[in-house]
Design a protein around this ligand. Sequence first.
Ligand SMILES: C[S@@+](CC[C@H](N)C(=O)[O-])C[C@H]1O[C@@H](n2cnc3c(N)ncnc32)[C@H](O)[C@@H]1O
Length: 251
Amino acid sequence: MHVKKQFAGLVEESTLRKAPASFFMTLRDIAFWVRSARSDAALAKLQATMGLRESLNQLYRSKCDPWGATLRRFRYQRQKYETLISMLPRRQYDNVLDVGCGLGEFARQFTPYAGQILGIDISSEAIEQARQMSKGFTKVRYTQADIYDFGAQGPCFDLIVLADVLYYVVPLTDRMLKVLAEKIAGLLAPGGLLLLANHYFFQVDQASRQTRYIHDFFRRSSRLVSVAEYARAFYLATIMKRIEVSTTRRL
Ligand SMILES: C[S@@+](CC[C@H](N)C(=O)[O-])C[C@H]1O[C@@H](n2cnc3c(N)ncnc32)[C@H](O)[C@@H]1O
C-alpha cells in the first residue's frame, strides 16, 4: 500500500491507490495544451459579449470537450485524475462534491472510492453532456449550479474537489476567494477534505503565480488546515481538512 509521509495531520495515512507511472510528453500531448489554450481564448472572446455561464454553454455546444478531459487520445487529463486520486488518504468517502465538474471525468473515475458523488457546474450544457456520458454510473448525479449560489443541507461532504475552476471566476479578488473558501469550508463535514488543484509550472508564468496565491489564500482560511501539497507537471494539488478553529494547525 502506498504511504505518504507529507501529511501534517496527526496521523500518517495511506492513500487510496498507487500513483500512475509518469509519462513522457509526445506531440499528441502538446496538441492537448494547444487545444486547451484555444478553448480559453475562445471563452475569453465570448465573454466580451456575454456572461460567463452563457459563454461556457456556447463553448461546450460548439466544441467537443473543450479541455480534452475525456478524449482518449490525450493522456494528460486522465493521468492527472489518476494522480489526484492517488494523493487522497485512504478512508470512507460517503458523500463527494465535484465543483466545476465539466464533463464528469473525475467523478466517473472516483466511483470505486465513493458512496455517492454530486457534480456541479455553472454550465447547463456541460451538465447535460456529463449526464449522457455517465449513464450506468449509478453513484454519480449532476446538477447545474454556480458554486457561489450552491446550497446543501448543511456541512455534509466528506470530500470536495475543486480542480481547474478558479481561473474562470472573474474578477478573482480576495473578497471572492474569501467567500469561496468560507463556502467550501461550510459545505465540508468536520474532518472532511478539500482537494484543490490548479495549473502550475513552478511560478514561471502568470497563471502559476495566481495558482500559488489561490492555494496560499485557502491555506490561510481559519476553518481549513493544509495536510499535504504536491507540485506536479503541470499542476499544484493541495489537500486541506476542515477543522474547528480552536485546533487549527498549519504545515
Ligand atoms: C477547465 S474546466 C475543468 C473541469 C474539471 N474540473 C476538470 O478538472 O476536468 C472548468 C469548469 O469549471 C466550470 N465553472 C467555471 N466557473 C464555475 C462556477 N462559478 N461554478 C461552477 N462551475 C464553474 C466550467 O463550466 C468548466 O466546466
